[in-house]
Design a protein around this ligand. Structure first.
Ligand code: ZN
Length: 188
């Protein structure tokens, strides 16, 4: 089932997600719906907050982007990114491992808004997967960017919080208009 993706101005985007302790049937259904919603929207990541649920759950699939490389390694050995997609992360914990890198980002909750964001180039990820198993991997490039963007969502942090002051000022009219439209729609 395709879920509604909430937009900037909706309060749930600012809520810190509750930890998911077990992959129950309702969580399995939510994961399946989030994957379907992300793929339908041609996104590379979707956090539970973006479908109105304040949970530490995100889904990621970078296969749709071919011009921005990703890397992945398990126990120090490189693995196929392609074969590990989509990735489902519950309660992810990140450890930055690379120098800062700047690259363009968008967000399904901010239609038409794109900006350069600086984040560590690579991260070590520990999480639980959709089977309830502990997983750990290292990632770089676009995948590392997506993992960090989505993990931010799980803590109520948005990519606009990571923009430079100049960029945010430039985008202010657009952001204010989006926030206002979302709030007006919520009141109805
Ligand atoms: Zn986002």
């Amino acid at each position: 089932m395709i879920l509604e993706v909430v937009q900037y101005g909706h309060p749930v985007l600012r809520q810190k997600g509750e930890r998911v302790e077990a992959v129950t049937p309702p969580i399995q259904k939510l994961i399946a719906d989030m994957l379907e919603t992300m793929h339908a929207a041609k996104g590379i990541g979707l956090a539970a907050q973006q479908v109105g649920r304040a949970l530490q759950l995100t889904v990621i699939d970078v296969r749709g982007v071919t011009d921005r490389p990703s890397t992945m390694a398990v126990d120090g050995a490189p693995v196929s990114v392609e074969r590990h997609m989509p990735v489902v992360l519950l309660n992810p914990e990140l450890t930055p491992t690379g120098p800062p890198a700047t690259g363009p980002e968008g967000c399904l909750s901010f239609p038409e808004v794109f900006a350069d964001i600086t984040r560590p180039e690579s991260v070590q990820v520990q999480a639980m997967n959709e089977k309830g198993e502990r997983i750990e991997f290292h990632c770089g490039g676009l995948l590392a960017r997506a993992v960090q963007h989505e993990t931010d969502h799980l803590h109520g942090i948005l990519f606009i919080d990571r923009m430079s002051r100049e960029v945010k000022l430039e985008l202010k009219p657009e952001l204010d208009a989006l926030q206002k439209a979302t709030k007006a729609a919520l009141k109805k």
